[in-house]
Design a protein around this ligand. Sequence first.
Ligand code: ATP
Ligand code: MG
Length: 363
Amino acid sequence: MSKIILTGDRPTGRLHLGHYVGSLKRRVELQNSGDFDKVYIMIADAQALTDNADNPEKVRQNIIEVALDYLSCGLDPAKSTIFIQSQIPELCELSFYYMNLVTVSRLQRNPTVKTEIKMRNFEANIPVGFFTYPISQAADITAFNATTVPAGEDQEPMIEQAREIVRRFNNIYGDTLVEPEILLPDNAACLRLPGTDGKAKMSKSLGNCIYLSDSEEEVSKRVKTMFTDPDHLRVSDPGKIEGNTVFTYLDAFCHPEHFTKYLPEYSSLDELKAHYRRGGLGDVKVKRFLDAILQEELAPIRARRKEFEQDIPTVYEMLKHGSEAAREVAASTLDRVRHAMRIDYFADGQLIAGQARNYQSQQ
Ligand code: ATP
Ligand code: MG
């Protein structure tokens, strides 16, 4: 069986470090590994509209931001098909059929949907489109026969829902769809990178992000004001590592060679943590270290972005080309789905001839 990746992001803002460690960095590695037959990267504008219906301009303007972030991180249109969700109408039709295979109570139990409804204060005013977005996500994944979805931990319930839909579909209509698997980050700190304010998740909607396109000064400012241990007031105080955002980021980004380069008096992160726990190590020093690491990681991304920003029409051309290629694949899956669901009437010569014979013999 082919190994196929599908994953993507909502164009609701520029991409941030959470996207980067949760999925984007891994995608680039997988794209370059040669282990996958196909890589599809989707800008999920239709999904973004499910909770931004009244703000289409926001979604429209952010398509290019997400595309630029992709290219600057190393996604390569020669190796990956990068496309825009709304340009593939076949996805809507698939969702429409999958809706018959999911119950309302099953959607209500989806923990990510629950959290996101709370986060957006939807309460009783949940748009139906938003409520059913896990189904549309199943359509996105299965349309491309994806086997692997590299994503952050928040996506786990979505993939589980997609797997259920695939099993139900194949059970009723015969083996047609491929069951996907989530590929979570190996590093625990990257499963759900917290915001700079210490909140559970760095998220565009919460305004607690370091963006991949932030300037050097903006990154430093964000690091300087980052949440640490509120009880660690004096340098001599013993400090807590758990829930300390600076250390979580170090868990996500720090490699042994960073110590040789920027903090040679320590040999490992464990040693740095031990000192912080004992007391005698100030936040400023740890933050300076993190800042140096982040700047090193982000500088080449920022520089590449500047180059791509010089040629916006070419980026749109790439998205158009990617969307056309993606549409062909989705259309071929939809053909198989229609056939399996027995709604391919005009392509079924046997159906027509058989019924014609039946009626003739009755005369
Ligand atoms: P929104 O607030 O509009 O939902 P978001 O910041 O949650 O935006 P998404 O576009 O929903 O971003 O997520 C895209 C991908 O990035 C998903 O695979 C998701 O798991 C991953 N991701 C987003 N935020 C984080 C994070 N803080 N840590 C790890 N992965 C993340
Ligand atoms: Mg999200």
